[in-house]
Design a protein around this ligand. Sequence first.
Ligand SMILES: NC(=O)c1ccc[n+]([C@@H]2O[C@H](COP(=O)([O-])OP(=O)(O)OC[C@H]3O[C@@H](n4cnc5c(N)ncnc54)[C@H](O)[C@@H]3O)[C@@H](O)[C@H]2O)c1
Length: 368
Amino acid sequence: MDALSTRVREAKNNKEVVSIAYVGNIVDVWEKFEQEGIFVELGSDQTSLHNPWAGGYYPVGQSFEESNRMMAEEPELFHEKVQATLRRHAAAVNAHSARGTYFFDYGNAFLLEASRAGAEIMANNGIDFKYPSYVQDILGPMCFDYGFGPFRWVCASGNPEDLQKTDAIACQVLEEMMLRSPEEIQQQMADNIQWIKGAQQNKLVVGSQARILYADAEGRMLIAEAFNKAIERGDIGPIILGRDHHDVSGTDSPYRETSNIYDGSRFTADMAIQNVIGDSFRGATWVSIHNGGGVGWGEVINGGFGMLLDGTTEADRRLKMMLHWDVNNGIARRSWARNEGAVFAIKRAMEVEPRLKVTSQWFRLICK
Ligand SMILES: NC(=O)c1ccc[n+]([C@@H]2O[C@H](COP(=O)([O-])OP(=O)(O)OC[C@H]3O[C@@H](n4cnc5c(N)ncnc54)[C@H](O)[C@@H]3O)[C@@H](O)[C@H]2O)c1
């Protein structure tokens, strides 16, 4: 622990850009840094607190082996130790935060489990947490509200050359789109282009020839359309489209994906269901509804889809119908919650597709 704090001070003094790994309990680190006055600019927690009682979070002050034994033989005592650790963990974070650390929830249920453990983590209104989730402050307003989310595809051929070609197609589509993109989404477009340009070089593929790329509704549709044409020409084999559950639509997760929806509806579980029903009628090859994605069983409902592109006219028709719904369904929900980016995005979507009508008295007023 002393070696860690010495190394961190050295790195700070030298303004080094360096990643340091410490094998041990995170609570010890927060507390040590507090005692030694080491300022933490940005903090979060990445333990597996969606699964606190079966190894996702280890109590402080005892060995890994002892924790594993206790988990199996004395689960109630283990439960108590986890909750006591969470209270200490939150207290240490609070002390840092009082000195100016920006702390955010990473979507691992840290704040939720800390609150259940009775930690000092609630805001004054007794409903919200003291700290934002990264979706509330960053990802929601910058990406989800505008329809940007993790679009995915898999090359059914398993051929790395197909993936290379699809990367190039996707990049070209985004670069063309960026030339006419409104200012509000220029930064997101630039980030996504940078990502896809570096994807091959960074060797992100470990199994299936698959890619993930943030894109908005228009981007997803245009990329998929270009893939389908390339398949028709015989340039590449069939492609299966999908997306992560951590997206604009399809997931109702009040402590993560929908945490920046402030009209009260984030505690409902209907968007995921509407999403898969809409996707299935609009041509998805399969849909799935599942529970627990990322934040734990009972805390979230996820809807997902898969769509096979085989180069046919029928696939072209389906991809446009389905992807349009898959994203705009969530933007509509976000616009009803008055999220600024979503109001902008849904107005734009209605201009591009006049058959899309998003009902809202409030929305009609501001559109005038
Ligand atoms: N925000 C996102 O986009 C996003 C994406 C993926 C995962 N997640 C969430 O983040 C969490 C972590 O995901 P992961 O895939 O890295 O999980 P993981 O289980 O692979 O890693 C968690 C690590 O935390 C360690 N750990 C547990 N308690 C600890 C403690 N007290 N001190 C120090 N280390 C401790 C575990 O030993 C493990 O190595 C999960 O809850 C997951 O749902 C969020």
